[in-house]
Design a binder for this molecule. Structure first.
Ligand code: A3P
Length: 291
């Protein structure tokens, strides 16, 4: 995991940046034709938008707040695996219901059956300045990604879409323009930070589950930043050191809104705002940028 700026870890597939060794273009292309069950749930995010948080919430809702269900797993990603990781197709096809998956893919790669209103999607969006900062730190400990020289170096990389997931703007816009075609809950990281209890209720009712007040309270309790950090299956501390260099950082880093203010220069912030305004002017989406 040396310091490079060559993007040797990435490759472009149908306009989308994937990671060498982790993704296989043929496997990714086969996702489109998968048969989908009504009970399938897909958590979709641009990287660093609250993926592992939603994995935890989804599992807790399914387990009616009983956290012991989670501690039996090696890692939450065993229970809610990544859709696009190579070699996972067979397990998806044969898994018993309900099948829970996470994905960072753009809409065009996802199962076509979603647009026939099969299955459910939870799209988690986060203000992209905080995404950029979180992604910078992720590159330091994710062994499959090259470590940026410094924050400025990563800022350029992100702004030029030289990251897994490609353009943040394209990701959200392509999903957002299909919201009416699929069974989807669109939720933001910031809403979850501001009122986790309401967010958990929204998610529970979207999933068609009926939990008691006590069960709901347990879901919330075990998905706060503080408590998730203490659960190694939820915080990804159980993931192999081959994949994550745990001495260089971790998923449960800060968990706040507005950390970008501690990283962006005024010029970078202005540059970002300009791009945001240009890219998002036709989309009626507003974000919460600070606490
Ligand atoms: P920070 O790096 O800003 O702290 P992903 O799971 O998509 O990779 O996103 C990781 C980000 O979600 C990290 O952001 C992490 O701290 C945050 N996160 C994970 N669980 C959280 C929780 N329970 N509460 C708040 N933020 C959480």
């Amino acid at each position: 995991n040396g310091v490079h700026t060559q993007d040797n870890e990435l490759f472009l597939h149908r306009g989308f940046k994937l990671i060498r060794g982790i993704h296989d273009p043929d496997d990714v292309d086969q996702i489109y034709d998968l048969e989908i069950r009504d009970s399938d749930v897909f958590v979709v995010t641009y990287p660093k938008s609250g993926t592992i948080w939603m994995q935890q919430i989804l599992l807790l809702i399914e387990a009616k707040g009983d956290v012991s269900f989670i501690s039996q797993a090696g890692n939450n990603s065993d229970l809610v695996p990544w859709m696009e990781v190579k070699g996972t197709r067979e397990a998806f096809i044969t898994a018993p219901s309900p099948r829970f998956r996470v994905s960072h893919l753009q809409y065009k790669f996802m199962p076509a059956a979603l647009s026939k209103r099969k299955g459910k999607v939870i799209y988690v969006a986060r203000n992209p300045k905080d995404v950029l900062v979180s992604y910078f730190y992720f590159h330091k400990f994710a062994n499959m990604l090259e470590t940026p020289k410094d924050f400025n170096d990563f800022f350029e990389k992100f702004m030029m879409d030289r990251v897994f997931g490609g353009s943040w703007f394209e990701h959200i816009k392509t999903w957002y323009s299909h919201l009416d075609d699929i069974n989807v809950l669109f939720i933001t990281y910031e809403e979850m930070i501001r009122d986790l209890s309401s967010a958990v209720r929204r998610i529970t009712s979207f999933l068609g589950k009926d939990l008691t007040e006590e069960q709901l309270a347990n879901v919330v309790k075990h998905s706060t930043f503080k408590n998730m950090k203490k659960i190694p299956q939820a915080s990804y501390e159980k993931v192999s050191g081959d994949l994550l260099n745990h001495s260089q950082g971790g998923f449960m880093r800060k968990g706040t809104i507005g950390d970008w203010k501690n990283h962006f220069t005024v010029a970078q912030s202005e540059q970002f705002d300009e791009v945001f305004h240009r890219e998002m002017q036709d989309f009626p989406l507003s974000f919460i940028w600070d606490m």
